[in-house]
Design a protein around this ligand. Structure first.
Ligand SMILES: [Zn+2]
Length: 338
């Protein structure tokens, strides 16, 4: 290319455009910003110049405007044309980046295991309450790479899917499954196994096939190969009764797939004298939680005779994969048996 290629814009669009061009070994002469606050800087070791400096660059120029806001982009183009750069080739890349580069560049960055989509980026979500900020609570609190914009799956649900795929035969074999507080994405995936006899349930009506209280499960003894129960037990006062009911309906060689918020800074916190919403909010971080599991969660559950295998992304995947799949690095999903 004989022209000096200049990317106007150093935000996300500018960076994406640069990354795309780099893949084709197209070299960029410099970045440009309308104004530069603290002297001229660099990006990817390429100088960032001001609009003023741009006017002084001699020779043929190709200016690619990479600004997300089309009005601003338009304004810059008009400004460049009017002032001094009639001879430069000037292109607005906003629409081009939106329609091509997002999929081209970012496809390789983020991928949803639940809906098998390449996506631009996961959406932040999660509780920003005081207790979540003060304590490190896995599966709770604010997370940047949380919700898939395609299928709405959450980070922790995608981790459960990973564990189900790798450590169970739930998607491949005839099996009977009981699923509490069923997550949409998992429901779709499990229903795709036509050999699965599948029962979803929730304490609230309208959320699943059956209204079921986990401390009083209306099914016969030893009928389920798998029970999936995520983020439920922290709501249940009589945990012991819940676990004994799960054990009763589970086949002797069945497995329980289990997760809940865990605070790794402290031991499990449970004070059954705490009854008010305000106090529960204060102590457990959520007004309808009745305990906050701590680093001793495994021993805590083993008191009920559960045999527990703990699976965490940081032990299964590289950091790069964890980021690409939008997972929580130290998330925990348990596969339990009796
Ligand atoms: Zn998805």
């Amino acid at each position: 290319m004989k022209e000096k290629l200049i990317i106007y814009g150093t935000g996300n669009f500018g960076k994406r455009l640069y990354e795309c061009l780099r893949k084709f070994d197209i070299s960029v002469y410099c970045f440009c910003q309308t104004q530069i606050e603290n002297g001229e800087d660099s990006l990817y070791e390429i100088p960032i110049i001001s609009l003023h400096t741009l006017t002084k660059i001699s020779g043929d120029k190709l200016i690619l405007i990479a600004i997300e806001n089309s009005q601003v982009s338009n304004y810059i183009k008009t400004n460049l044309m009017n002032q001094f750069l009639e001879d430069a080739k000037i292109f607005e890349c906003g629409n081009f980046i939106k329609s091509n580069l997002n999929s081209f560049v970012l496809n390789e960055n983020q991928y949803c295991l639940m809906c098998n989509s390449y996506i631009k980026e996961f959406i932040p979500s999660g509780n920003e309450g005081k207790i979540f900020l003060e304590h490190h609570i896995i599966g709770g609190g604010y997370r940047k790479n949380c919700v898939c914009p395609q299928c709405n799956s959450m980070d922790r649900t995608r981790w459960v899917l990973y564990v189900l795929k790798k450590y169970t035969r739930i998607f491949n074999e005839p099996c009977r499954v009981l699923h509490f507080a069923p997550e949409d994405g998992l429901v779709r995936r499990i229903q795709a196994n036509i050999q699965c006899d599948y029962y979803t349930c929730d304490i609230e009506s309208g959320k699943a096939m059956h209204v079921v209280d986990v401390t009083d499960i209306p099914f016969r003894d030893h009928v389920f190969d798998y029970i999936i129960i995520n983020h439920v037990l922290e709501h249940i006062e009589n945990e012991s009764l819940a676990v004994s009911e799960l054990k009763r309906v589970l086949k002797p060689d069945g497995k329980i797939i289990l997760s809940f918020p865990i605070c790794m800074n402290q031991k499990t916190l449970e004070d059954l004298s705490i009854k008010t919403k305000e106090k529960r909010q204060e102590i457990y971080g959520q007004e309808d939680h009745v305990r906050l599991y701590g680093y001793d969660f495994k021993e805590w559950l083993e008191q009920y005779g559960l045999k527990i295998k703990v699976y965490s992304p940081k032990e299964e995947l590289s950091l790069e994969e964890i980021t690409r799949y939008g997972l929580i690095c130290d998330d925990i999903c348990m596969v339990c048996s009796f």
